[in-house]
Design a protein around this ligand. Structure first.
Ligand SMILES: [Zn+2]
Length: 453
């Protein structure tokens, strides 16, 4: 007997923009969108969620999280990470192949991770595979792995994780070819290693300079630019589909835009922290705001918003990358672990900021839904509110507020640059495949409904 559920009276984000429609859900999928009648017919048999006063948007897809499971569960873990994501309206994540331990660079580790995660997630998920200096030569292993992953990730600068060595400029050529051969996207952490390691050595050796400013100077936009320029040339040559993660500067986005126009198959992600915070937040507050690339000057933040408003950025990912608090409270900023913790607040923060800037949500929402689904080949299941797709929905009120107080943090280690920030909107419910997995009164369901895609 199929289960029927209606989400009624909401303002629903569809391909035609926001519409007043009722959503009929049969089991896990959206069955149909029905124009709201003046007097809605309510049959006794129907289960109904009343979305009056709410925006109803597609469940967010976050293509960039580090939940560190298995192996570094004390940093986060799938249980806590997916719970925090669900509270923030995210219904699908792609977990990165590093910061779990071991890193996902072979079949054995991939299979083990899949088995381990299978009962732990509140939301749906897919896994990234890692391409590193170590596994690049092993093409048969890569071929097998490519069947079980959403896409490839490689680093052009040191990752900070021992079993995830970055690829040299020369090795990147092989990575491009391998990704192309197995028909999977290659995502790059693009900073030019030679420049960064040279500048790091130089600035670490300037004891009278403010340490935080020295750290910022060690990872300039020029290092990002150089890496992106080089990777784009290779992608054009080898026909590889590229995805740049966490781009922090408009100048670099524009470089990517030019390549797109010349026919390179490339997309670009930025992260909420580059859209909200700037280098002064880091200078003032230190390690909790440390990430790579680092937070940039305010004019770069403004530049990224211009890019967003002009449709030059394809996706927004949280790059949720936590660690133990002790790893943030080091004596020297150079020793602090880099990574921003914020999966619970990604879309609250981005939507809030967009509303503040009077950028219509219809331009912003696809960056966390349909664009991601399209790019990573899951548009047949996820990313839109449309008949036939998974009923992953978020109910949002614009007339209520959310305060990111520490008590509300669902991720394991209770610190975040978003702490105490107020967002002028509130997520009321999150639905995953037709089930309410989060409700602002009842919290996240104990039962874990998340599945591997
Ligand atoms: Zn990352």
């Amino acid at each position: 007997m199929p289960t029927e559920l209606w989400v009624k009276n909401g303002l629903v984000f569809t391909d035609e923009g926001f519409q007043e429609v009722n959503i009929k859900i049969i089991d896990e999928r959206i069955d149909s969108l029905v124009k709201i009648q003046a007097e809605p017919l309510i049959e006794k048999t129907e289960a109904i969620i009343d979305a009056s006063g709410c925006l109803v948007v597609p469940g967010f897809i976050d293509a960039h999280v580090h939940f560190n499971d298995p192996g570094r569960t004390e940093w986060e873990g799938m249980e806590t990470g997916s719970k925090a994501a669900a509270i923030g309206g995210t219904t699908t994540i792609f977990d990165m192949p590093l910061n779990c331990s071991p890193s996902i660079t072979n079949m054995k580790h991939l299979t083990r991770k899949k088995g381990y995660l299978s009962v732990l997630s509140s939301i749906d998920y897919a896994l990234w595979g890692g391409m590193t200096a170590d596994n690049l030569q092993n093409r048969s292993e890569l071929a097998q792995m490519s069947e079980g992953i959403i896409a490839w990730k490689a680093f052009m600068s040191a990752s900070g994780i021992e079993d995830f060595p970055c690829v040299s400029p020369n090795e990147l050529k092989q990575a491009m070819q391998a990704a192309k051969e197995h028909d999977k996207i290659l995502a790059l952490h693009a900073e030019w290693e030679e420049e960064i390691s040279r500048l790091t050595a130089y600035y670490k050796n300037r004891p009278r300079m403010n340490e935080r400013k020295a750290f910022l100077a060690s990872r300039p936009v020029s290092a990002e630019e150089k890496a992106v320029r080089y990777a784009l040339e290779l992608a054009a040559k080898y026909g590889t589909a590229l995805h740049f993660v966490h781009i922090s500067s408009a100048k670099v986005v524009e470089l990517i835009e030019q390549a797109k126009k010349s026919g390179v198959d490339v997309t670009v992600e930025t992260c909420p922290h580059y859209l909200i915070f700037d280098e002064e937040d880091f200078n003032k507050n230190g390690a909790i705001y440390k990430c790579a690339p680092p937070l940039r000057p305010r004019d770069e933040v403004e530049g990224l918003w211009d890019c967003l408003a002009n449709g030059l950025i394809d996706t927004i990912g949280s790059d949720h990358s936590p660690c133990l608090y002790s790893m943030k409270s080091t004596d020297s900023i150079w020793d602090a672990w880099g990574g921003i913790q914020g999966v619970q607040f990604t879309w609250l923060a981005v939507m809030d900021e967009a509303l503040e800037r009077k950028i219509p949500l219809k331009y912003i929402l696809p960056l966390g839904s349909s664009n991601v689904a399209q790019r990573f080949g899951i548009a047949g299941r996820k990313g839109r509110i449309q008949p036939g797709l998974d009923a992953d929905l978020v109910l949002i009120r614009l007339d209520e507020t959310t305060v990111a107080d520490q008590k509300s943090f669902a991720f394991r280690n209770r610190y975040s640059p978003y702490e105490d920030r107020e967002f002028f909107l509130k997520i009321k419910k999150t639905l995953l495949r037709g089930k309410v997995i989060y409700d602002d009164q009842a919290g996240v369901t104990k039962e874990k409904f998340g599945q591997s895609l």
